[in-house]
Design a protein around this ligand. Sequence first.
Ligand SMILES: Cc1cc2nc3c(=O)[nH]c(=O)nc-3n(C[C@H](O)[C@H](O)[C@H](O)COP(=O)(O)OP(=O)(O)OC[C@H]3O[C@@H](n4cnc5c(N)ncnc54)[C@H](O)[C@@H]3O)c2cc1C
Length: 430
Amino acid sequence: MWDFETDPEFQAKLDWADAFVAEKVEPLDLVWPGLEFTRLEGERRKAVEPLKDEVRAQGLWATHLGPELGGAGYGQLKLSLLNEILGRSSWAPIVFGCQAPDTGNAEIIAHFGTEEQKERYLQPLLNGELFSCYSMTEPQGGSDPGTFTCAAVKDGDEWVINGWKFFSSNAKTASFFIVMVVTNPDVEIYRGMSMFLVPADTPGIKIEKNFGMGAEHEGSHALIHYDNVRVPADALLGDEGQAFAIAQTRLGGGRIHHAMRTIGMSQRALDMMCERALSRRTQGSLLADKQFVQGYIADSYAQLKQFRLFVLYTAWSIDKHNNYLKVRKDIAAIKVLMPGVLHDIAQRALQVHGALGVTNEMPFTRMMVGAAVMGLADGPTEVHKVTVAKQVLRDYKPTEDLWPSRYGPTLKAAAREKYAEFLEHEVGNL
Ligand SMILES: Cc1cc2nc3c(=O)[nH]c(=O)nc-3n(C[C@H](O)[C@H](O)[C@H](O)COP(=O)(O)OP(=O)(O)OC[C@H]3O[C@@H](n4cnc5c(N)ncnc54)[C@H](O)[C@@H]3O)c2cc1C
C-alpha cells in the first residue's frame, strides 16, 4: 500500500510543533544565534526549561527512541516529519530533547548498556538533565580507523586509556564521554576496538583546544588528550571488541536524523528566497519576475522535494526492517546528497538577498558552512559513495558476453527463438 498522508492525530502534533517552533523557538536563534548553543547556563537555561515542559506536555520530548528502548518515540518516519520542523532552528533539537550527539549516544546505551549504565547515563540523557560526547576520530585520520592508536590496557580491575582524540563535539559541556579505543592491537582493527563510558570529571581527560566552525567565536569540537585515564571494568559499553558494531547502530540513526533536519534548514532557505523574490524590486520588476530567479526557485523546490521523499522513504524502510544495516545503501545515499541540497539552496537564497545575504544578519553563510560539515561529520561523502556503489553492485552479476547484460548476443538469440513464430509472421507480412 502506498500512502503519502500523515494520520490526523500525529498531524495535529506536527501542527502544534510548527506553530510552537515559529513563535517560541525560532526567536531564540535571533537572541543567541549560531551553533554555540550547547552551553545551557544562566539566562539560556531559564529561557529554555519552560519550553521543554511545553514539549513534554505534548508528548513530543525525546522522540528519537521508541518505548521499547526507554523513549517516547513514534518511529523514524514520524520522527522525520517532526525533525523537518525542528531543522528550521538551531535551538529546536535542544528544546525537543533530540540533539546530536546525544540522540546517537542514547541509542547505543539503550541497545548495549547494562541496567546500571542505563540508570546512570541513559535516563538523565533522555530527561535532558545532561549532555554527552562521542569521542572516536583521531588527529591522524578520521576516515581510516586503521590509523587509530588511542588505546586502553587492563590494569587489575581497571582499564587505563592513553591517546588523542580530535573533533569530539560538545566535550566541554558533556557530563560523560563515549570513547572508542583500541583494546586488542593483535587483531584487525574492526575486532580490536571497544567503547567505554567515561565521566567527564575523570582525572587525565585534558581538553587541549576547542575548534569552532567558520567564524564561530567559541568552538565546541575538542582536541582531547586522554592521559592515563583510569576507568573501572564496568565502564565497558557492550562487549570487548564490539565497538564497530555499536558504532554502526549509532551512526545509522545519526546520519538520517541530520538528513531530516537538513530538509527543515533547506526549506527555511527556500522560504526566505521566495519572500525576498516577492518583495525586492530591481530594474522595473520584482525579482520573482526574473527568469534567472525563477530558475533558482524551481531548481531548489525540485531538489528539496526529491531529497525529502528519499529521506521519508528511507525512514519508512528503517521502521519496516527495524535494522539500519538492511537500509545501509539508502542511508549512505542520503548522506551523499545532503551537503549538496543544503549548499545549493542556501547559496541561491544568499544570492537573491544580494549583499545582505552574505552578512551575519542572515543565516546563509552559516548554512553553507553547515553543508560543508554535513559532507564530513559521520564520515566524508567519498566514503559513503563507496558504500552506495558497493551495495548497488551487489544486485548485479558479471556478464560473459562482450555486449553488456541485456543487449548481449546470447540473450538476443534466445529472445528471437522465443518469439520465432511472431517474427516469421512479421516477415511474411512484409
Ligand atoms: C562539525 C563536525 C563534528 C564532528 N563531530 C565528531 C564527534 O563528535 N566525534 C567524532 O569522533 N568525530 C567527529 N567528527 C569527525 C568526523 O567524523 C571526521 O571529520 C570524518 O570522519 C573525516 O575524518 P578526517 O576529518 O580526519 O578527514 P580525513 O580522514 O583526513 O579525510 C579527508 C578527506 O579525504 C578524502 N577521503 C577520505 N577517505 C576517502 C576515500 N576512501 N576515498 C576518497 N576520498 C577519501 C575526503 O575528501 C575527506 O574529506 C566531526 C566532524 C565535524 C566536521
